[in-house]
Design a protein around this ligand. Structure first.
Ligand SMILES: Cc1ncc(COP(=O)(O)O)c(C=O)c1O
Length: 391
């Protein structure tokens, strides 16, 4: 039963905004192929051009530095493989890649492919608070490093990476820098000028736009090889007819995003939630609390209670919450992010993530905190009864 549930999983996805839904019919009416040069192609082509211009203005980059994709995962794959394939073609001698220790699976699962291409891949460790080991990073940076990829905001912990420092250190040795900015967009103020990455990934469905669009920012002059062969769309950097409706919705949302106001509105709700559960529930540990974090995200462990049981019990009571990325896809393995910050498998499996949205209310957060406390009491009671019966 999820229909009437209160949603606390906005880092997983967001509903399409009402204004987006209102405009969908007019975007859908432009159903022609934007690559067609006849009348039916001109409308969607204009929509695409205007969307690209508008996004470029918001992100402070040039329209031609934007390549539309299907979402964050594709953008991350294109960023790493597209750059490294191009470098190989240019006979670059750089053969090392440094990846953040808590990247999204769409980055980390590329490791075997990158190794097969001849690259040595190392992960930059993080501490208990999700903070990068910058000493390790600096020691590893040399003129053999082709690429560094570190996400701006982590999807599970919400922790923010010190990208300004990391980018400037990478530049000193001539390495390219990619950042997965999927979770930061709309929640954490940044600009592609202040954070001069070479490549950055974004996804539409995290910002109340339609699903099925994303983009890869490729700074002018960055070597890049298309991973898809076919038409000349996106200036030959990604073959395939563009999803104009989703792209238009993405552009609409990016234009109205106000990360600073969003953060100011949700931070007190998140802090209220965390202080309530810390007070009411024995054995709660809030993760990443000592780091700069997204204001909407709270990830925590509760001693001796399974995160999966918590999630299912809350679901029955009308609350949709999240666990680690791996668990949420039906995989019983503990979250690699939580293992990477040094949690044991048991601790990682006792975790839950809540992520607030732009319309989340104090009353909703209060009712979740209350329900969570009740569920924990219930599950601990069951556990004690089980131990009494079975020793
Ligand atoms: C940090 C991060 N990167 C990438 C992705 C993948 O984005 P998409 O679902 O658009 O492929 C996600 C989605 O969960 C994410 O949170």
């Amino acid at each position: 039963m999820t229909r009437g549930n209160i949603y606390f999983d906005f880092n997983a996805t967001t509903p399409a905004d009402g204004e987006v839904l209102k405009q969908v019919p007019q975007w859908l009416a432009l159903w022609g192929n934007p690559s067609s040069i006849h009348a039916h192609g001109r409308g969607p082509k204009k929509l695409l051009r205007e969307s690209r211009r508008s996004i470029a203005k918001s992100l402070q980059c040039h329209p031609l530095e934007i390549v539309f994709t299907s979402g964050g995962s594709e953008s991350n794959n294109m960023a790493l493989k597209g750059l490294l394939t191009a470098l190989k073609k240019k006979n670059s001698k750089r053969h090392r890649v440094l990846l953040g220790g808590i990247e999204h699976p769409s980055v980390l699962k590329q490791i075997p492919d990158l190794q097969a291409m001849g690259f040595t891949v190392e992960r930059i460790p993080v501490n208990k608070n999700g903070q990068y080991d910058l000493k390790f990073y600096q020691e590893k940076l040399d003129d053999q490093v082709a690429l560094v990829s570190v996400m701006l905001a982590n999807n599970e912990l919400g922790t923010i990476a010190p990208l300004q420092t990391m980018i400037s250190q990478a530049k000193e040795v001539g390495a390219f820098f990619h950042s997965d900015m999927v979770q930061a967009l709309g929640k954490y103020p940044f600009s592609l000028q202040a954070l001069p990455v070479d490549l950055a990934s974004f996804s539409s469905h995290k910002v109340y736009a339609l699903k099925g669009s994303g983009l890869l920012f490729i700074r002018k002059g960055t070597p890049f090889e298309s991973l898809t062969q076919g038409g000349a769309q996106e200036r030959g950097r990604r073959a395939g007819t563009e999803n104009t409706v989703a792209i238009a919705s993405f552009a609409h949302r990016i234009a109205v995003l106000d990360s600073a106001s969003f953060a100011a509105e949700v931070a007190p709700l998140r802090d209220f939630f965390e202080s309530s559960i810390a007070k009411e529930i024995p054995g709660v540990e809030i993760l990443g609390q000592a780091s700069p974090r997204l204001a909407n995200t709270s990830c925590f462990t509760i001693v001796d209670v399974s995160g999966e049981s918590l999630l299912m019990n809350l679901d029955i009571r009308g609350f949709s919450v999240g666990t680690g990325a791996a668990c949420s896809s039906g995989n019983p393995e503990p979250s690699p992010v939580l293992l990477a910050i040094g949690l044991s498998r048991d601790q990682a499996q006792s975790s839950l993530r809540i992520s607030l949205g732009k319309d989340t209310t104090k009353a909703e957060v209060e009712s979740l905190a209350r329900a969570l406390a009740e569920v924990v009491v219930h599950l601990r009671k069951l556990q004690t009864e089980h131990e009494v019966l079975h020793g």
